[in-house]
Design a protein around this ligand. Structure first.
Ligand SMILES: NC(=O)c1ccc[n+]([C@@H]2O[C@H](COP(=O)([O-])OP(=O)(O)OC[C@H]3O[C@@H](n4cnc5c(N)ncnc54)[C@H](O)[C@@H]3O)[C@@H](O)[C@H]2O)c1
Length: 325
């Protein structure tokens, strides 16, 4: 059917809201997801909403072929996501994030898919020499983790012709935050907010490190913007997805959370972990595609606190809200 869009990882944090967004915009939506974090409830809800769900692994060639059959566009989100999750089992991460991604992209070409949106990350910028100056899409990529190295490699493959006749776009998302259908509490804003809300002692390292942030619904809106843009504006291109005014140091995040809850304490510690430090410009996606985010980090913090207050997540410390045990 025309307009059929396949979202791999479509029952995940970004994917579940994106699937609803695209369905609401009148697309036929399909999801290919192995429900790695036990999201059967989400998959069932998606089916209720008229979304076709393939409960399968992107490493499964037959499942890929079935899910791609007749699809016009593919949004590739399925992955082992985040530095800790990739470091935990590098072989699985290579199988999913590299080999299965290569196969998916090749299969999409063979299936006659028109467009591909690849979920990349601002983590590709790694540790910037001068993190006070916002980096653009043309800036140097300096990944400091296996996760980001794999994303950089897949961008090169996809933009270098690996997608065949498919017209690809890479979106380098800022770090995502906010209340999602598949909530993740292993992301900075969400985790910091939960810890302070729960009146815990939050340990923060690298408090001076810069990072850009995007709300989970805005991440979905950015994908929709690309899918709806004229082909010539997005084909073969990379866009940072976020907002230029939404770069924060970790200590700024703590201050923003403290404005909204009196609870919890913070200690700043030294740790040789996660040296990512980057400030990113999002002027290109705004100027060329007219994309602007609707939410800010303080809005997202307020939304998370309100959801925690009404116990929306049950136990917010449950393992299913993290990508590593
Ligand atoms: N969350 C962020 O801050 C962020 C930032 C930049 C980029 N991204 C990228 O966006 C994408 C989505 O991330 P997310 O935050 O929604 O994470 P997520 O872990 O919630 O989503 C990943 C989804 O992929 C599925 N999945 C994992 N392995 C699979 C496999 N082998 N076969 C089929 N499905 C599989 C999982 O079940 C999950 O639903 C990822 O590619 C990630 O790298 C995320």
């Amino acid at each position: 059917m025309a307009n059929t869009t396949l979202i791999t990882g479509g029952s995940g944090y970004i994917g579940s809201l994106l699937a609803a967004e695209l369905r609401g915009a009148g697309r036929e939506v399909r999801v290919l997801d192995s429900l790695l974090h036990g999201q059967e409830d989400i998959a069932a809800e998606q089916e209720q909403a008229g979304i076709e769900v393939f409960r399968a692994d992107i490493r499964d060639a037959d499942a890929r072929r079935r899910a791609l059959d007749g699809a016009e566009a593919v949004v590739h989100l399925a992955a082992i996501v985040g530095d800790p999750a990739c470091a935990l089992d590098p072989a699985v991460s290579d199988d999913v994030n590299v080999k299965a991604t290569e196969s998916l992209v090749a299969d999409a070409g063979a299936a006659g898919v028109q467009r591909l949106v690849f979920a990349s990350t601002c983590s590709n910028y790694g540790r910037m020499a001068d993190p006070t100056k916002a980096i653009t899409e043309e800036g140097e990529l300096a990944p400091v983790s296996l996760y980001a190295e794999q994303k950089v490699g897949m961008e090169k493959l996809i933009l270098g012709g690996g997608a065949g006749s498919v017209k690809p776009t890479c979106l380098r998302f800022a770090t995502v935050y906010g209340v999602g259908r598949r909530m993740r509490f292993d992301l900075t804003v969400n985790e910091f907010t939960r810890e302070l809300w729960a009146d815990r002692e939050l340990e923060v390292f690298g408090e001076q490190f810069w990072r850009p942030y995007i709300h989970v619904r805005d991440a979905g809106r950015a994908v929709r913007t690309v899918l709806e843009a004229p082909e010539e504006k997005v084909n073969g291109r990379v866009f940072n997805a976020g907002r230029s005014g939404e770069n924060y140091r970790k200590l700024d995040l703590v201050e923003e959370i403290k404005k909204q809850t009196p609870r919890g304490t913070v200690s700043y510690v030294q740790r040789n972990e996660d040296p990512r430090d980057y400030k990113v410009s999002f002027d290109k996606i705004k100027a060329e595609l007219g994309f602007e985010t609707l939410m800010t980090v303080p809005d997202g913090i307020g939304e998370i606190i309100a959801a925690l207050d009404v116990e929306q997540f049950g136990d917010p410390f449950a393992a299913r809200y993290k990508n590593v045990p």
